[in-house]
Design a protein around this ligand. Structure first.
Ligand code: ADP
Length: 448
């Protein structure tokens, strides 16, 4: 996020911008802004540079604009990331990942329509469903700035594709955004979206870029597979060699222990291979959901029984209200999500403890969470958990085998159902993974 034109915390620059804004009639300024944007479009800068220049131009043109954020939509992860900012600390913003539908920017992306927020209260209410991590990152990035009292969010759409969201905020009290600003901003947003599309196409150099990415993922897959398989294979080899040694005899109890260990390590290997296959199926666009009425509490109990057999250290509690609505879902796939979350809850709480699977109805959807008392996840990792192959590499409980694919697979399945999935955690205290499934209108109440 290089190339910021100025910072609103710098009084000299702020004054210069203010007088520049006051000195020209607003229509003239807007026309010049459009010309300036056309110029930026014509000169082929890289994407971050283009974005930084657009932001500068807009902040200088609109009297109400004091700070701004430029979100780009990444289709692969289905998240908005910050590609440029004015007034904020850009380094802190790098880890922000906003889901479609989440807070001001996510809602604007989803609705595809510009929105005006005219009071501080309205902005606070709109930002209330920001994930805890995003909330904290944005708070840190805006340290030292006054709270915004009006804001505009404009979707960036080019050739029907969602490209991102532009957010401008008023903080100084000098002026507020009004409805009259929206048509101008929509025009600008269209130009910006085109510029971004062009820059992306230029950057991508389609075939080579796509091939490189596919090669990278393939290499990552092979190296993860090779690395993660080594531990269970070493155990299997060790125990079976021991059992086959002619010079050594083991009592039946020890023999059973060895065989049990081999059996468990085979399950670990099967799980790894299963994750890789599933991930390849999803990558190939072959995930098909077969929806049918599902009693989630019953499904949860079945999966809990399976997982409970694999651990003696954990107590798994299922807590659903008596009358829980029946949802339209793919039972096999939702069981897979629950299994992934429960397997993780067990794997990443090596000391044991209580795991709670809880369900509740929240407005137009049901919410299912899996909470553990395990090693927890540091705040800086929370936003990356759902990325392919991401694994927390250091810290307690990190020697466990895994593919780094369980959560991305769960994300694809949940989003395929129109739901959301997220994690909350405290390092050393435990984690809660929650996913939602939309309720059909008029869903029946059933008993799980
Ligand atoms: P895997 O467990 O196979 O590595 P996942 O995609 O399921 O892959 O999880 C990604 C990473 O997220 C894990 O490697 C782990 O670092 C972290 N993680 C997932 N669930 C938990 C949990 N319940 N507690 C702590 N860390 C977790």
């Amino acid at each position: 996020m290089s190339g910021q034109c100025s910072d609103v915390r710098d009084p000299g620059l702020t004054n210069a911008l203010t007088s520049q804004r006051a000195s020209a009639a607003s229509e003239d300024q807007r026309l010049s802004a459009l010309l300036e944007i056309a110029k930026i479009l014509a000169l082929q800068h890289d994407l971050e540079d283009v974005v930084a220049r657009f932001l500068c131009c807009l902040i200088a043109t609109l009297e109400a604009a004091d700070t701004g954020l430029f979100f780009l939509y990444d289709q692969a992860s289905d998240r908005l990331t910050v590609c440029g900012a004015h007034g904020y600390d850009p380094d802190v913003l790098r880890d922000v990942r906003v889901a479609p539908g989440e807070a001001m920017s996510g809602r604007t992306l989803q609705a595809g329509q510009a929105a005006l927020y005219s009071s501080a209260e309205e902005i606070v209410a709109m930002q209330a469903d920001l994930s805890a991590t995003n909330h904290e990152l944005l708070r840190q990035a805006a340290a030292g700035l006054k709270e915004p009292h009006s804001a505009v969010c404009v979707p960036l759409v080019a050739s029907h594709a969602k490209v991102g969201v532009l957010v401008l905020e008023s903080r100084s009290g000098r002026a507020r955004f009004t409805r009259a600003d929206l048509p101008f901003l929509e025009d600008v947003a269209y130009l910006i979206a085109l510029a971004i599309e062009n820059a992306r196409l230029r950057d991508r150099r389609p075939t080579t870029r796509a091939l490189e990415e596919a090669d990278r993922l393939k290499a990552e897959l092979i190296s993860t597979l090779a690395h993660e398989m080594r531990t269970p294979l070493t155990s299997i080899k060790g125990f079976s060699t021991a059992l086959l040694m002619e010079e050594a005899t083991f009592d039946p109890e020890t023999q059973r222990e060895f065989l049990q260990a081999i059996d468990e390590e085979c399950d670990v290997l099967t799980g790894l291979i299963h994750d890789f296959l599933e991930s390849s199926i999803i990558d190939a666009g072959l995930l098909r959901l077969e929806l049918e009425p599902v009693r989630v509490p019953r499904l949860a109990r079945i999966v809990v029984n399976e997982v409970a057999h694999q651990t003696a250290k954990h107590r798994i509690v299922v807590d659903f209200p008596e009358a829980f609505p029946i949802v339209e879902a793919d039972p096999g796939r939702i069981a897979q999500v629950l299994r992934n979350l429960l397997d993780n809850a067990v794997k990443y709480s090596p000391q044991g403890g209580i795991i709670v699977v809880r369900g509740q109805v929240q407005g137009a959807h049901v919410e299912v969470s899996v909470a553990d008392q395990g090693v927890g996840i540091a705040p800086e990792h929370l936003n990356r958990l759902f990325e392919k192959f991401f694994r927390v590499e250091s810290g307690p409980g990190r020697h466990v085998v895994g593919s780094g694919l369980g959560l991305p697979i769960a994300l694809t399945i949940v989003e395929g159902h129109g739901g959301r999935i997220w994690a909350e955690s405290k390092l050393g205290e435990g984690s809660i993974f929650t996913f939602t499934l939309p309720l059909e209108r008029g869903a029946e109440r059933g008993h799980g």
